[in-house]
Design a binder for this molecule. Structure first.
Ligand SMILES: Cc1cc2nc3c(=O)[nH]c(=O)nc-3n(C[C@H](O)[C@H](O)[C@H](O)COP(=O)(O)O)c2cc1C
Length: 427
């Protein structure tokens, strides 16, 4: 703060001396523009000073101010091309320019799953911070957990642009990024540096693994094993993503035979390395599975002793109202509101088939506390979102948590944990 004040004085002094010089030597136009420059400089410096003060403050008022400011800026991002807006957002967050939650989450939101405690059950889904550049700022923003990736072993560019489309009226996005990734080595540098620090924020970090496009389907397991070996140790949990629709053949890995072979290799790679031996491994599935395929997944995750399942990735289905949209027939995965129903249906079914014994992460279409609550009631221990956050910006995180607390209180639950899977039980 001190530095900013001194700089502001210096800047304004510099401007004053320049303006004196201009008016002595010349026209009244020079004097006017010098005055304008002085006003702008003082305003900018004051704004920076005020922002610095707010950043440093731990007060609740400072928190509200920051979230409101970021909320007000969010629509401006929507005026940009989706991928450009996203890259800009990540760059800002990487610089630490994100709002910071000062207030503590309510005790009722605490969740324990696979040996880890989450301050709240609302997480950021994979794909937002693909290269592990902004996860720290995202944790400080109030997510209970942030999942980086999908990271592929080797860097790869993904599909040609444009590859992301907003369907604003539907609260939806279609993307076909195709695992654009800077690769394990690049993510590893940042993750290792983070883990070496002591001043890191509370918050759980997930590492989501993908496969390179050029790796043949028959060798797919090798890419996930490499992921465990190279970057698994930096996550509080590891995700095997076999459900993105934008890597040819990837979703075939969800079939019974493929999936059990793949998971067996991944789990034994995890177990043989002391640095990863205690890390929970989750598998992320598609919302487009048939009932028979969901049964297969349930039986494999039970027999292979997978620690959890994320339900779900984006869908290749196109509901009627989406088909009618100008971007509705773009190839890729559909996310956001139109995905809520189908992904919750698969979640509900998987909870039933696994008897509620395996922690599930409900993902797909969550845009409110009521949506998060519906996932929890259907059987989710934790919830993730991506699309609604991209549209709503940081204030949405606090809003969802507040609304979720209200839903719990309304229905007489003291905690999230009490409400998990209640849709399956008679109360
Ligand atoms: C632009 C975009 C990129 C994504 N990239 C990934 C990814 O790399 N890995 C992954 O597992 N899921 C990825 N996803 C899927 C999300 O993690 C999430 O499962 C899906 O969007 C459903 O949640 P939502 O409706 O809240 O967006 C991506 C989603 C979007 C919209």
């Amino acid at each position: 703060m001190k530095t900013v004040t001194i700089d502001a004085r210096r800047a304004s002094a510099t401007v004053s001396s320049r303006s004196r010089f201009s008016s002595q030597s010349g026209t009244s136009e020079d004097a006017t523009s010098a005055r304008a420059l002085r006003t702008v400089s003082v305003t900018v410096m004051t704004a920076i000073g005020a922002f610095g003060l707010v950043r440093a403050s731990d007060s609740e008022m400072a928190e509200s101010f920051e979230y409101a400011a970021y909320g007000a800026a969010t629509p401006a991002f929507r005026a940009l091309d989706p991928e450009l807006a996203h890259d800009l957002g990540i760059a800002m967050l990487e610089l630490g320019l994100g709002p910071r939650q000062r207030t503590r989450d309510s005790e009722s939101l605490t969740v324990r799953a696979f040996g880890t405690t989450f301050a709240n059950p609302i997480g950021l889904a994979a794909g937002f911070d693909k290269d592990a550049r902004a996860f720290e700022a995202l944790m400080k923003m109030g997510f209970g957990f942030v999942e980086i990736g999908s990271v592929t072993p080797q860097p790869q560019p993904g599909n040609p642009k444009p590859r992301a489309f907003r369907l604003i009226e539907h609260g939806a996005v279609i993307n076909r990024y195709g695992f654009n990734s800077k690769g394990h080595e690049s993510a590893k540098g940042r993750l290792a540096a983070y883990r070496a620090r002591e001043d890191v924020p509370a918050g759980v970090l997930g590492v989501n693994l993908g496969k390179n496009k050029t790796t043949p389907e028959a060798n797919a397991a090798d890419d996930y094993v490499l992921g465990v070996d190279n970057i698994g140790e930096y996550g509080d949990y590891i995700v095997v993503n076999v459900s993105s629709p934008n890597t040819p053949g990837l979703r075939n890995l969800q079939g019974r035979k493929h999936l059990s072979g793949l998971l067996r290799k991944v789990l034994s790679a995890r177990d043989r390395n002391p640095a990863t031996a205690k890390k929970p491994v989750l598998v992320k599935i598609a919302p487009d599975l048939t009932d028979a395929e969901i049964k297969d997944v349930a039986s494999v995750v039970k027999s292979e002793k997978v620690d959890g399942v994320i339900v779900s990735n984006t869908t290749v289905a196109r509901p009627e109202e989406i088909k009618a949209h100008k971007h509705g027939d773009e190839a890729g995965g559909l996310s956001g509101k139109p995905l809520m129903e189908s992904s919750t249906r698969v979640l509900h079914e998987l909870y039933r088939l696994t008897g509620g014994k395996i922690p599930l992460v409900g993902c797909g279409g969550v845009a409110s506390g009521e949506d998060a609550y519906a996932k929890i009631r259907a059987g989710a221990t934790l919830v993730q979102l991506y699309t609604a956050f991209a549209f709503g910006g940081p204030p949405l995180i606090l809003k969802i948590k507040r609304e979720l607390e209200e839903c719990l209180a309304r229905d007489g639950f003291k905690s999230v944990e009490e409400a998990i899977g209640v849709a399956h039980r008679k109360r």
